[in-house]
Write a protein that binds this ligand. Structure first.
Ligand code: EPZ
Length: 422
């Protein structure tokens, strides 16, 4: 099993770039089920989850081609089987995103209930209730669910709490439904907006994406389009926090600073100097970070996907901080691994109480979920000695070429087949 071997401490410095957003590429790929072939999608991130989605759609009959610039073309969009292969569905929770487009275009889908994952049970009740509201019938058979609909009819969908993929599935299910669908308490994430932009370019009639109320007027059918995926704001935030933690100077290119307001505010509070341009952010830090307390929240609040990274920065900050996780039930698995490196963190239910220490020491640590892995890498960059990060398939799910990007900033990080700490 591959491991990452990281020597610290180091100061990151230089320029790096972010890939296309994973959580935008995934719903956009799923939405091509609805469209004519021929769509050309630029800036597809080279990630395990993306290849899983392409494999899932290909196994159901679609055909894609990808060039060396990671531009993907939909060669064939017709599906031959409405049963999603369970091994591929189980490999990635985002498989749930095929539910809306499949029922819309083919009238049915059989899909395994996506397993919970490290960060919580990850139910899909909001998705299933929405499909029923639009006229689908739901039946369960063991751990798979069968959703059928002769036709989908627009309705008012009110989510009891914001759900990113729930909102995205609704956009895709309603795009060609009969009549008008109104989503209330819609998720406002930039990735939802990117999906709506893609669908509108293909002929959909969606307005209000990015606000909490979205209106979709169903159309006959969708054509195809050319689209560039938005930059990954979570990867950008991760790289900026890493630059601050290591007291370096890091410029992140090709990002969208407008998607990072809550993150930039916290970095400023931590004492970082920021130089923000139209499509880049430079972070400079010349001393230990000040502690920053936060509560994760739906967009435009502090993203839950950066909670672990902020805890890693607080772990070496000059003082106490309080970090509350309000989105997922169990998203502190990185804390026990950080404590193996000397971090002082106590958890009480949904809140982590962090006491910054002067320095961390290297250790062998395990990645537990996608974003936690990034936090462990960042901590290892600041720790004294050689750290080994195991189970790094988590990191490959969400960060394209992470060691290449960090090495280009001066990090001593390498992937090792079977590094043994003697
Ligand atoms: C999306 O997950 C992202 N994944 C997650 O990113 C991200 O952390 C999350 O949104 C929150 O921003 C993708 O976009 C592929 P939710 P999603 O539905 O849509 C509960 C990463 O690291 N809920 O917004 O699955 C749920 O348990 C991943 O890239 C229900 O109860 O999250 C959670 O507590 C991790 N029933 C809350 O709502 C449902 O039917 C918000 O979840 C759906 C969700």
């Amino acid at each position: 099993m591959h491991k990452l071997v990281i020597n610290g401490p180091c100061q990151l410095s230089g320029e790096t770039w972010v890939s296309g957003a994973k959580n935008s590429a995934l719903p956009i790929l799923a939405s091509t089920i609805l469209c004519e072939p021929g769509s050309v999608i630029h800036r597809i991130p080279h990630l395990k989850d993306v290849t899983s989605m392409v494999s899932l759609l290909s196994a159901m009959g679609m055909v894609f081609s990808v060039d060396d610039k990671l531009t993907l073309t939909v060669e064939k969009s017709a599906i031959e089987s409405t049963t999603a292969p369970s091994d591929l569905v189980k490999s990635m929770r985002a498989s749930i995103l095929i539910l809306g487009p499949m029922v819309s275009r083919y009238g049915e889908v059989v899909i395994d209930l996506p397993g919970g994952c490290a960060i919580g049970p990850r139910p899909i009740n909001f998705h299933l209730n929405m499909m029923e509201k639009l006229g689908a019938s739901i039946s369960f058979n063991g751990d798979s669910v069968h959703i059928k609909a002769d036709k989908l009819v627009g309705a008012e969908i009110v989510f009891e709490r914001e759900t990113v993929t729930g909102t995205e599935n609704t956009l895709m299910a309603a795009a060609c439904a009969e009549g008008r669908t109104v989503i209330k308490n819609a998720a406002r994430e930039p990735e939802v907006v990117d999906l709506a932009d893609f669908l509108n370019k293909c002929g959909a009639k969606i307005s209000g994406a990015g606000t909490s109320q979205i209106v979709i007027d169903g159309v006959e059918k969708l054509s195809n389009c050319e689209h560039t995926v938005v930059p990954d704001r979570i990867e950008a935030g991760t790289l900026l926090i890493a630059g601050a933690m290591t007291q370096g100077n890091v410029e992140v290119l090709d990002c969208n600073p407008g998607h990072l307001s809550s993150v930039l505010k916290l970095l400023t509070e931590a004492g970082a100097k920021l130089d923000v341009k139209d499509s880049s952010v430079k972070v400079s830090m010349s001393s230990r970070p000040k502690p920053v307390s936060l509560s994760t929240s739906v967009y435009p609040g502090v993203p839950t996907d950066l909670q672990a990274q902020f805890i890693a920065m607080n772990a070496i900050a000059e003082g106490e901080s309080v970090v509350q996780e309000t989105i997922f039930e169990n998203r502190f698995m990185h804390v026990s691994e950080l404590k193996r490196m000397g971090a002082k963190v106590n958890i009480d239910r949904d809140t982590a109480y962090v006491t910054g220490v002067d320095g961390l020491h290297a250790s062998v640590v395990k990645a537990t979920d996608l974003r936690a892995s990034a936090a462990l890498i960042m901590a290892a960059l600041c720790a004294k000695g050689t750290s080994v990060l195991e189970d790094i398939y988590h990191i490959d799910r969400g960060y394209a070429n992470i060691e290449e990007k960090l090495s280009s900033l001066g990090a001593h990080i390498r992937r090792h087949p079977n590094y043994m700490v003697l």
